[in-house]
Design a protein around this ligand. Structure first.
Ligand code: NAP
Length: 319
């Protein structure tokens, strides 16, 4: 049996280690991808810590159902199942599939997998999907964005860096990015017209109002942002919030008041991965990579992502 190196979650809460596991075999409708690069995302950290608690219903009550963490991947098709028509052995691909923090992963042909844009490195391709798809799902809630003003709070995270670029693509008139001092230039270079350093200025107190306020890092609140929203403005959140109040708030503001809150749920589909590919090929979206670690250093990489202070994305390289 041929073996591969993989990150493996163990039964202890938060336990993570490197192990040798058998290389999986693709089913008829799957391709086997030899992973060249993968990533550690905030979602991966959430699954690892079973946070929020109810996620245990999906990820396993007592221990993780899927032992290998990771979602984002970029690599080369090593083998294809008998029914696969879209991909061939040797194709360079990228996408999202649980269990990506390993040397090999099987992905459904119809899943969130696409050919890698030409000229893009595996590392970049492993860092575009999660933040990009979440940002797309969130900005769709403010559709049409053309001609409307948007403030993106947490503009330096994986979702935030994608959101600034996509807001520009969708024609937002006036993009304000809020981030720490060290990321002001980056956020400006991604397309923000105005950047606010949250360590120096509280945007909720500067008298400006926006059509859309997007909290891309789950650190703000509808209550505090209300006065920064124009009439009929929309507040977009990425996190469940204190005591998971955001879904209830989203429900209540459908009927009460003229300012809405929403918590979009992204879907990792072929359609969305192709949308990301199209944006990359049109030079409308690129990955921001903070740090790179070898797969073997997955614990160190995860510890860094858990600080909540990464800029953009953290990539694992697989040799
Ligand atoms: N809805 C969903 O399906 C979904 C899926 C995945 C993740 N999420 C949630 O989305 C959120 C963001 O994820 P992400 O991967 O983009 O996060 P991330 O990359 O970890 O965000 C980190 C960035 O946020 C900045 N930041 C930290 N504290 C901040 C604050 N108080 N104000 C402004 N910026 C701050 C950090 O810069 P500095 O520390 O330098 O300020 C850093 O650049 C997380 O809360 C996560 O739980 C939601």
């Amino acid at each position: 049996m041929q073996m591969m190196t993989a990150a493996v979650l163990n039964a202890a809460p938060g336990g993570l280690q490197i192990e040798q596991l058998p290389i999986p075999e693709p089913r008829a409708n799957e391709v086997l991808v030899k992973v060249h690069a993968t990533s550690v995302t905030r979602s991966d950290c959430g699954f690892r810590a079973a946070d929020p608690f109810f996620s245990r219903i999906f990820i396993g009550l007592l221990r993780p159902k899927r032992r290998i963490p990771g979602m984002e991947l970029a690599g080369v098709v090593e083998a294809v199942g008998a029914a696969v028509t879209e991909f061939d052995v040797g194709d360079e691909v990228f996408g999202i599939r649980g269990g990506a923090n390993a040397e090999y992963v099987c992905v459904r042909e119809q899943g969130a997998l696409a050919h890698k844009p030409a000229g893009m490195s595996f590392e970049e391709a492993a860092a575009v999907s999660d933040g990009g798809i979440i940002a797309l799902a969130c900005l769709k809630k403010a559709d049409p964005l053309k001609g409307r003003s948007i403030l993106i709070y947490g503009a330096s995270g994986a979702i935030g860096t994608a959101a600034v670029q996509l807001a520009k693509h969708f024609g937002a008139a006036g993009i304000t990015g809020v981030c720490n001092t060290k990321n002001l230039e980056l956020v400006r270079s991604l397309g923000a017209d105005v950047v606010i350093d949250y360590t120096q200025e509280d945007f909720t107190k500067n008298g400006e109002t926006y059509d859309v306020v997007f909290d891309a890092v789950g650190k703000h609140s509808f209550r505090r942002c209300r006065r920064s929203l124009k009439q009929n403005g929309i507040y977009i959140e990425t996190d469940l919030g204190f005591m998971w109040h955001v879904p209830l708030l989203a429900l209540a503001t459908r009927w009460i008041g003229d300012k809405k809150a929403t918590l979009p749920i992204p879907s990792y589909t072929k359609e969305n991965i192709l949308a990301i590919k199209e944006l990359i090929e049109a030079s409308e979206y690129r990955a921001v990579i903070d740090r790179r670690y070898p797969l073997e250093d997955v614990v160190e990489a995860t510890t860094y992502v858990e600080t909540g202070q990464k800029t953009g994305n953290v990539v694992l390289t697989v040799t």
